[in-house]
Design a protein around this ligand. Structure first.
Ligand SMILES: O=C(O)CCC(=O)C(=O)O
Ligand SMILES: [Fe+2]
Length: 302
């Protein structure tokens, strides 16, 4: 069953940080998803990122394969990944991607400047800008949890700003009537928060009650100029499940679709403890730790 949904809207430019923090709190309790408006990222920059993304994915496959993923950076082919680990489908998700990690460590792969002029600088500008939006958001999230605004910063979230940006391309035109293939199969994101920009083509759906069967899927319409923000598994654990890491997916649209994700903070060395203590612990506190291997494979122990 599906239906359309109107997510809460959070205005990042509001001078009243406490009221913004309260609206974030309510949005994260009710949906785990919200629209972020007045975020200060220039519309022209977002447009350029989408244009450059399309330029890359339009290259011949041989050229894209020269940048095939190494160290979790670079090009990932159609069907190579499957976000729903529980799915019995033998095929992966019907999308291709290009992943960019921390700019300082020299592990990123870039198209040649002569092939795609300004490609690298556009992506680097967007990455840095989104990291600063994420930083502001993280301090508001701390306030929303009745913590000091610099709570996560003091834990080292900004010392090691391990962020991952994904350019995603859903080619469309897939007739999937016989097979269970999605653009992105059902999953929750594993980090703290995700900021998502889409080109407006529909396809994203969320399921708010992940334990209920059958799943009820609701369409998330895009909002012009807004980012879609969602809570990830690590933040769900920080909050003892007060904030939801909501399951979502992307249907294989008949129409071509582009999106850009960024997961700004992936702590590498911090033990995740609960900041919301209630009568009922919904997570196992004694095992709330996580590890990221050098290849940024995150294993959350449950
Ligand atoms: O493309 C989208 O709209 C969402 C993608 C997504 O959920 C993901 O890559 O984690
Ligand atoms: Fe996701």
């Amino acid at each position: 069953m599906t239906g359309a949904l109107q997510l809460p809207i959070v205005d990042l430019s509001s001078p009243d940080r406490f009221s913004t923090a309260n609206s974030i709190r309510q949005a994260c309790i009710d949906h785990g998803f919200f629209y972020l408006v007045n975020h200060g990222v220039d519309e022209e920059l977002v447009k350029k990122v989408f244009e450059q993304s399309s330029n890359f994915f339009s290259l011949p496959i041989e050229d894209k394969m020269k940048l095939v993923q190494r160290n979790r950076r670079g090009y990932v082919t159609l069907y190579a990944g499957k976000l729903d680990f529980t799915s019995s489908s033998t095929k992966g998700d019907f999308r291709e991607g290009f992943f960019i990690g921390p700019l300082a460590d020299d592990l990123n792969q870039w198209p040649l400047e002569e092939d795609l002029p300004s490609w690298r600088s556009t992506m680097e500008t967007y990455y840095k800008k989104l990291l600063s939006v994420g930083t502001e958001l993280l301090s508001l999230i701390a306030l929303s949890l009745r913590l000091d605004a610099d709570f996560f910063e003091k834990l080292g979230a900004l010392n090691d700003p391990l962020a991952k940006m994904g350019l995603l391309h859903y080619p469309g035109g897939l007739d999937c009537s016989n097979e269970e293939i999605y653009g992105a199969s059902a999953h929750s994101d594993f980090g703290m928060i995700t900021l998502l920009a889409t080109d407006g083509v529909p396809g994203l759906q969320i399921c708010r009650e992940k334990t209920e069967q059958p799943h009820v899927w609701e369409d998330v319409p895009s909002m012009s100029g807004a980012f879609i923000v969602n809570i990830g598994d690590v933040m769900e654990r920080w909050t003892n499940c007060l904030f939801r890491s909501t399951v979502h997916r992307v249907l294989p649209p008949g129409q071509e679709r582009y999106s850009v994700t960024i997961h700004p903070f992936m702590f590498t060395s911090v033990v995740i403890s609960c900041v919301i203590i209630s009568q009922v612990f919904r997570v196992d506190i004694t095992r709330l730790s996580f590890h990221i291997t050098s290849s940024i494979t995150l294993q959350l122990s449950k």
